[in-house]
Design a protein. Structure first.
Length: 316
């Protein structure tokens, strides 16, 4: 039995506190899932700084009606994280203007799509009409107990992400992402072989200038994934290779979007087939390759990669 519910309106303050603490915990799980170094209690102060584009401590207190110690604690935390900077007011030298740092602006761009999904999901959780606050709390808590708030928000973020994902061709300015995303992935699962280092550091020489193609997945103006169609030999063969997705965006099916894009592109330029090299240790990847129609071929003795133990082919 829920004792707080049994207290009726006398327990309303404690119930609101319980809901608040639960939501804070769930939102923290969302930030943690996407590897964002941010805490829910920082949101109100951070958002006022974002909206005002330069604000004093007193103005934050006036806007939020929080206690000064609570505001000071949050501002100090934001400062420790490097998310804000202080500037002296040009008209009143006694005042310090608080605004976002470069790092603060970067994290803001990561937070915006998350806040959008949080807003949408909480509206859905609180949409029911009721005749009293107690009744509304009962409905809300029933939903929170039935359906994980953090899981629902994470699913919504991923769904929105795939809808807004854009696949773009190679540009010189994105070459560093081709290198960084692939090196991170290789170090996580294997190690960077000399052949990898050579191709990844010189994509124009080994891919673009030889008639190959390099694509990037772009989400919210960030490069979050990459893949290449690399020519092999002089027989018009192309290898589907160097696919990598940023750690923070794995689970969004971005790899599958890149895969489908490459397949459609290969067909559109008249390629007869694609081949790829992989390792059976990557069970999920092998499952996806088979799902898209790739079949296993005999592995030649002198493969390009030491880690490779499986070769696959997709014929159009």
């Amino acid at each position: 039995m829920d004792a707080l519910r049994g207290f009726g309106v006398l327990g309303i303050g404690s119930r609101l506190k319980r809901v608040s603490e639960y939501m804070m915990k769930e939102i923290q799980l969302v930030y943690n899932h996407f590897s964002i170094d941010f805490e829910p209690y920082l949101f109100p102060i951070f958002k006022v700084i974002v909206n005002k584009k330069g604000v004093t401590n007193a103005e934050i207190q006036n806007a939020l009606q929080f206690t000064q110690p609570a505001i000071t604690q949050a501002i100090n935390k934001l400062n420790d994280k490097g998310l804000i900077i202080y500037e002296i007011d040009k008209l009143d030298k006694r005042k310090k203007i608080i605004s976002l740092s470069h790092k603060g602006n970067n994290i803001l761009q990561k937070l915006k799509p998350i806040w959008k999904s949080i807003d949408k999901v909480i509206k859905e959780y609180t949409l029911e009409s009721s005749s009293s606050l107690i009744e509304h709390l009962n409905i809300l808590e029933n939903k929170l107990n039935t359906k994980s708030l953090s899981d629902t928000i994470i699913k919504n973020i991923k769904m929105n992400a795939t809808q807004e994902l854009e696949i773009i061709p190679f540009e010189k300015q994105y070459a560093k992402y081709f290198y960084e995303l692939n090196v991170e992935w290789l170090k996580k699962f294997f190690y960077v072989e000399p052949y990898d280092e050579e191709v990844l550091s010189k994509p124009e020489q080994y891919i673009i200038n030889k008639g190959g193609h390099l694509f990037f997945a772009k989400l919210n103006n960030q490069i979050v994934g990459t893949v290449a169609l690399m020519p092999i030999g002089d027989k018009g063969l192309f290898e589907l290779t160097k696919m990598a997705v940023s750690p923070r965006h794995r689970g969004f099916k971005i790899g599958q979007h890149l895969m489908q894009y490459c397949i459609d592109f290969a067909k559109s330029i008249g390629l007869p087939k694609l081949i790829l090299y992989s390792n059976t240790k990557l069970e999920n990847a092998i499952y996806i390759y088979r799902k898209y129609g790739f079949i296993e071929l005999p592995l030649e003795p002198n493969t390009p990669y030491i880690r490779c133990n499986i070769k696959m082919e997709l014929v159009f």
